[in-house]
Write a protein that binds this ligand. Structure first.
Ligand SMILES: *Cc1c(COP(=O)(O)O)cnc(C)c1O
Length: 369
């Protein structure tokens, strides 16, 4: 039985060639390995049109480590962070700032409502102490697309700096420094860029990073120090996840061959269309209206049929070769299905067949909530 396909927001299904790139052991000072790192750092800045102004600094760990490094390094100890929260990842940034001992405040909207640029405008006018604003581009909690361009314009108009968690959208949804002025953007190896999990990265304004020496609250999460290391000898300060980086070099080449952000985004959008149309035909309802649904992960309301049990549904899909994700919402009982990874519309159709077969085995007539 082949490994099941992951309809999850990461780790996700990777290509065979990405996995094969991990079959070689590199020494951390190996010239070829260093070249992979140098190319990777340049390419990541290019992907957000920031090659001239920003530098990409990778950091060991999962995506949250990169977000924590971004906040801890860039928000000064005397600064104040305002987080726009509409899900678990916004809430996590508030927590990160608290743990780092930074002054923090937030504006919350429900998990199915985009963050509000107008509320941000009013809050910044009322609170001159706020130095930085943080926002999540695609809030993976519900799969919602936030209006980062308007948030960036409001933040810039007030002369504050913007930090973006683009973890689940980087490489698939457009994000350009030209349209969305940001101080830093954080993402990771294993979401839309389709690498293996193991490190995150932050693309940071070079001047802001240069000014952030000694600011970080943790040695391992000090982006300034990590950057100085790369600038000095092109190497990581501490043991790099060599296999994961080799896989990521391959993943970036495959991303470029697919047509970069546009090509990848087009495939994910096609996946999302097939999934949403097919699930609606089975009676399921999406939590979000199409206008704010990002083509990354879709939240479905739990069916009302008493014969439906999520654990049996999950197991039935797993037995048929697909792994889905439980909901993470407080506003509604739900489950989620991802559209990202090495999957195409034909895989999504096959997943819909598995949903149909599982519902029928459970004796559920409709997915209607
Ligand atoms: C996945 C994700 C993260 C990071 O999660 P990790 O489990 O640490 O990799 C952060 N923000 C968003 C929006 C995410 O989707």
């Amino acid at each position: 039985m082949p490994a099941p396909l992951l309809l999850t927001p990461g780790p996700l299904t990777t290509t065979r060639t990405v996995k094969e790139a991990m079959l070689r052991d590199y020494g951390s000072r190996d010239g070829e390995f260093i070249a992979i790192n140098t190319r990777m750092r340049a390419r990541l800045a290019e992907l957000v049109d920031a090659a001239g102004t920003h530098v990409a600094v990778p950091v060991q760990g999962s995506g949250t480590f990169a977000v924590e490094a971004m906040i801890g390094t860039l928000v000064p100890r005397t600064g104040r962070l305002l987080v726009l929260v509409n899900g678990a990842y916004g809430t996590r940034m508030v927590r990160i700032a608290e743990v780092a001992g930074r002054s923090v405040t937030s504006i919350e909207t429900a998990e199915n409502v985009p963050v509000s640029p107008a509320a941000l405008d009013a809050a910044l006018a009322a609170d001159p102490d706020v130095t930085h604003v943080a926002v999540v581009q695609c809030e993976t909690t519900a799969g919602l697309l936030n209006p980062v361009d308007e948030v960036a314009r409001v933040t810039a108009r007030h002369g504050r700096r913007l930090l973006i968690d683009a973890m689940s959208s980087f490489g698939a949804l457009p994000l350009s420094r030209a349209a969305v002025p940001f101080e830093a953007v954080a993402a990771s190896s294993n979401k839309c860029l389709q690498g293996a999990p193991g490190f995150g990265f932050v693309i940071v304004d070079r001047d802001a990073l240069a000014a952030a020496a000694g600011n970080a609250h943790a040695l391992t999460l000090d982006l300034h120090d990590q950057w100085r290391g790369f600038e000095t000898n092109a190497q990581w300060r501490f043991t790099p996840p060599t296999h994961v980086i080799a896989a990521f070099g391959q993943a970036l080449a495959e991303h470029e061959a697919e047509g970069g952000v546009e090509g990848r985004g087009r495939r994910y959008a096609a996946n999302c269309r097939v999934l949403v149309d097919g699930m609606r035909a089975l009676g399921f309802e999406t939590l979000l209206p199409d206008a704010v649904q990002a083509p990354i992960i879709v939240t479905f309301r739990m069916p009302a049929d008493p014969a439906f049990a999520f654990d049996r549904f999950y197991d039935g899909l797993r037995d048929r070769g697909f792994v889905i994700y439980p909901g993470k919402l407080t506003v509604a009982d739900s489950f989620r299905m991802g559209c990202i990874g090495d999957l195409g519309p034909a895989h999504m159709s096959a997943a819909l067949d598995a949903v149909k077969a599982t519902l029928s085995a459970m004796g559920v007539a409709s997915g209607r909530p």
